[in-house]
Design a protein around this ligand. Structure first.
Ligand code: TXA
Ligand code: MG
Length: 318
């Protein structure tokens, strides 16, 4: 396994059906040729991901995206023109060239143009899109640095492209249409307010394991291996301490006086939700790696990116 910035090696591996971990602005992806069913199958196998959970394909431009969908409804085109490259994934009716394994047999394919110079440069040299889920074992926290990928998939992925830490730190927002209505299937790195300012009100689809439109959006996800408890830290810390438990603490802005500082992480000293999003997954991983019995966390203010952060915190605790 190598960690490098070698785009030629990445291209060679991908063209021969191998997988490469790629940086994006949201999280690192585990990428393979989306048009090659064997490469796609090895993504599922490497992640230990159930085949009913479809993959996002990554392309370098709107024009490239148009090669892989039968139609591109106007409101979604407007979103693409404004927010691509960026943390937005669109669900579009797929062309037959996209293998059914990519979409888990669904008629729509998830497409996005990621905003990362290294990955955009790579995509431009390839004549196929890259299918890429987050580069973590299924159900675990998404990776936001090359070291995160290496820790879990280092033995099985031949190359990790080093694009530094991910500036957004939350997975993309997923949007599609049902009839004339715009539906958000996953809260993510692009705020709902920005979407609504452009195309009007959207429906936020409540995620559940029985949601046939987005089978992968299971309630328990993005989860550390340690039990993860969400609530009022001023009550939770004394409660678990009195039970004799050692705890790690994840707070939004301030350290708690009730715990040693080494067992705590804060998301943003200044209360900046963007900074909090960028730090979230690394902080969860660090706490998961400490010698603690469980992790205690609090919700962040529920607006803007805070909604997506709270969604991830709730799934981690499910
Ligand atoms: O930011 C991101 O979106 C990252 C980077 C690598 O691009 N990717 C990512 O992929 O988060 P993944 O596989 O961890 O999550 C993709 C989610 C799946 O859980 C799935 O439910 C949904 O996207 N999805 C993909 N294709 C779909 C489809 N055809 N219909 C409905 N949902 C779909
Ligand atoms: Mg994922």
């Amino acid at each position: 396994m190598a960690i490098s910035t070698d785009l030629i090696q990445a291209k060679t591996l991908l063209e021969s059906g191998k997988l490469v971990a790629i940086p994006t602005e949201t999280v690192y992806g585990l990428a393979g040729n989306a048009l090659d069913p064997i490469a796609v199958a090895s993504i599922f196998e490497t992640k230990n991901r159930p085949s009913f959970d479809p993959l996002i394909i990554h392309v370098s431009s709107i024009e490239a995206a148009k090669n892989y969908c039968r139609e591109f409804p106007l409101p979604l085109q407007k979103l693409a023109e404004t927010f691509w490259p960026g943390p937005l994934t669109l669900l579009l009716p797929k062309v037959v060239e996209i293998p059914d394994l990519v979409t888990s047999g669904l008629d729509r394919v998830a497409i996005r143009v990621p905003q990362h110079p290294m990955t955009l440069a790579l995509l431009k040299t390839l004549d196929f899109p890259l299918a890429a889920p987050s580069a973590n074992p299924f159900g675990y926290i998404s990776p936001t640095s090359p070291a995160h990928v290496e820790a879990q998939l280092g033995k099985v992925v031949p190359l990790i492209l080093d694009g530094g830490p991910c500036p957004v730190g939350l997975e993309s927002t997923i949007v599609g249409m049902e009839g004339a209505e715009l539906v958000v299937y996953r809260l993510g790195g692009l705020e709902i307010d920005a979407i609504e300012a452009l195309v009007g009100p959207v429906k936020i689809q409540d995620h559940s394991s029985s949601n046939p439109q987005a089978p992968g959006l299971l309630e328990s996800h993005y989860a550390p291996t340690k039990p993860f408890v969400l609530g009022d830290l001023a009550k939770l810390i004394p409660y678990y301490s009195q039970l004799g438990k050692t705890v790690g603490v994840l707070s939004f802005q301030n350290f708690s006086a009730l715990q040693p500082i080494e067992k705590q992480r804060i998301l943003s000293k200044t209360g900046d939700l963007r900074e909090a999003a960028a730090n979230l997954f690394a902080a969860m991983r660090e706490l998961d790696g400490l010698e603690v019995d469980l992790i205690l966390a609090e919700l962040v203010p529920n607006f803007g990116l805070g909604k997506a952060i709270n969604d991830r915190l709730q799934r981690a605790s499910a």
